[in-house]
Design a protein around this ligand. Sequence first.
Ligand code: ZN
Length: 322
Amino acid sequence: MDVKLTATEDMIRQFEDLFVNRRAYTVQSMKPHPESGRHYYYRPTMKQTREPLALTAGTIQRHLEGDITIAVYAINPKTQRSKWLAIDADYRHALEDLLKLQGELRRDGIQAALEKSKRGAHLWVFFVTPVLAREARLYVLNLADRLTLPVKGSGWPEGIEVFPRQDRLSEGEFGNAIRAPLGVHRGAGKRYWFYHADYDLESQFRYLAGLERVSEAKLRHVTSGMSIPEQFAPPARKAEAPRPYLYTGGEFRILDYVEVKRKAGRNYWTRCPSCAAAGRDTSGDNLAISIEEPLKYKCWAGCTKEMIRAALGRPIEIRRLA
Ligand SMILES: [Zn+2]
């Protein structure tokens, strides 16, 4: 099988050059969640200090070789920029919609690479130098509007997801990560490749190296006069509760794993990850997180801490008494 492969130093460098916007990253759990069967992503930490791990060449190598699977964040918080634009689609007519989008990009003279995923595909556009997340989103949301594609989170139950998912990050925010290409999807136990090259690392990297990248000037040119289509202007985001980022010396911080939906009373409220894994809490307000003591959280549908932690891929370690 193609799960275990060898990555060269050149490949690792090229991967970093193409996909890595910041050193924070997430890892897909090797074991499925016992109830949902899904392989969730979590932020890896040092065993001793619980400090978050930073992405290294060694980590990238293990990803490419198939030992682990990582996801990469879309925005560098220092610059609010991204090296790429990725569109994720995994619904019934996902591939059809992505091909339409690829065609529309081509009309603007922009090359986009299509990568298979478990239930659909990802479409990638690479930039010569990192561009503002806001400008990349402005462009793709206008294309989606022009093609009347469904966009997740704008009233459609399913649709394309655009990465970067935010125009900018606030202090301490990470935004959203997408499964990095060329690795093994743990849920499927196999690799998904870019369509237009042979299915081996060397051919895939050669294909990626040959893609024409988009300059910031070109992006500004194609977006000139554009504004965010009204349907995508996110009122929810404006109402989003301010989200504190507290470094608490290695404890589990639920706020690192969930996106706060609203603030009411003495709590933040959002969808309970354990309920979500079971397809429940569609209204997204079962989980309360204390504003004053953000390490405290509670699911009002009765999920235990153990269930919530397991759903996040960060199971509570059972300490054995000597
Ligand atoms: Zn719950």
